[in-house]
Design a protein around this ligand. Sequence first.
Ligand SMILES: NC(=O)c1ccc[n+]([C@@H]2O[C@H](COP(=O)([O-])OP(=O)(O)OC[C@H]3O[C@@H](n4cnc5c(N)ncnc54)[C@H](O)[C@@H]3O)[C@@H](O)[C@H]2O)c1
Length: 439
Amino acid sequence: MGTTKENLHSKLSDRTARVGIIGIGYVGLPLAVVFAEAGFDVVGVDPAEDKVAAINRGESYILDVETERVRVLVDAGKLRASTDYSVLADVDAVSICVPTPLRKTGDPDLSFIAAAANDLAPNLRKGMVVVLESSTYPGTTREMILPVLESVSGLTVCEDFFLAFSPERVDPGRTDWTTINTPKVIGGITPDCGEMASAWYDQALDTIVPVSTCEVAEMTKLLENTFRMINIGMVNELAIMCDRLGIDVWEVIDAAATKPFGFMKFTPGPGLGGHCIPIDPLYLSWKLKSLNYNARFIELASEINTNMPRYTVGKIQDALNQHKKPINGSRILIVGVAYKPDIDDLRESPALDVIHLLKDKGADVAYHDPFIPYLNHDNLDMDSVEDLLPEVNAADCVAIITNHSVYDYQAILENAQILVDTRNALGLTGQIHPKVVKL
Ligand SMILES: NC(=O)c1ccc[n+]([C@@H]2O[C@H](COP(=O)([O-])OP(=O)(O)OC[C@H]3O[C@@H](n4cnc5c(N)ncnc54)[C@H](O)[C@@H]3O)[C@@H](O)[C@H]2O)c1
């Protein structure tokens, strides 16, 4: 009979530990699959009945996870899912991957983390390790999760169970850096907690990066995403400045990117999108406000980025104006609505804001996106048009919002009357072509 720590360590090392994943979405499902492929028995818990049913049928609903991988694991009895939290009473290691969105007021919505902690707590047993993966403000694991788990279960962290934070860094649609080979930062409530979480993840992932506390791990994720958000804000402002100066910002960026050191390329666009970059830095600024500190870089970048859909609509307006047409009554085709190329994720996509703004001005708006057959979001209820080129031909103006790689941009250009290119999809052609207006 070893200690609680030794027993858990041995089950993690020989992969007989049973794993639970709370929230099987873009982050949770790939993680569940990776642990199951490493040999662990994995159960996913999610209130979404359609996702649970799909997993149990052996089907994937995430582009980055092929259905075949899920099917093999489900058939082998290594992976299943449930809407019932009581299945967690039998597991040894739990990872929490629930959403962390913003409320309409712009404040963090921590209700999903609170619900996950409340529902996990009655199922917590001696000898379990729990890892929070959701992106959140520094302090969440210690201030929000730990008190609930200890008070409801009557167990003590580090003696009876182990608690850590490990940020998910997955970049959806990416194939070179995946859940398995992207280094994984892990920090615990105590060093033992961090060690136990690392011992678990080390079984399935290539590289573990231990840090001293969960707060360091939480802040690491926010540094990464704040860095991106601020740099994107900076190039978006550069695009606005270059426009005033009559300089092609894309050519400038490409030229600067030839510098072999000291420069990292970021590109402007019609606005920020996705579940991370527009949101995570605001978790940090919100937390700092409670400490009477104003996170000025974040506020400024957020202001510039948030205005980009409106700036894009201004470009569309200018382009139509050159042809003596108003937005009101014009047919405008949006090409690509996903928040970035080659994925099916619409969350926080700037296309939604652009469509709303155009409709508010009386435009007849349609969209095409091979990854998003319909969009039902924030009072928008639209189907993607089917035949792209005839629709391009029929539109008064076409706006490329997301540069999916499946599009033939030359054919779009040939068929369009006016083309607003917010992503430099046409490259240098767009610089000199009379039909094209670039961001
Ligand atoms: N998607 C990304 O690219 C990405 C990358 C890095 C980090 N993250 C972070 O990971 C977290 C999860 O993001 P995601 O993209 O996987 O979200 P998602 O919406 O795709 O998945 C979250 C899942 O949690 C489920 N859920 C909600 N409440 C629950 C509860 N109480 N119990 C169990 N399940 C519950 C939802 O039904 C959903 O299936 C967020 O904090 C996000 O910021 C996401």
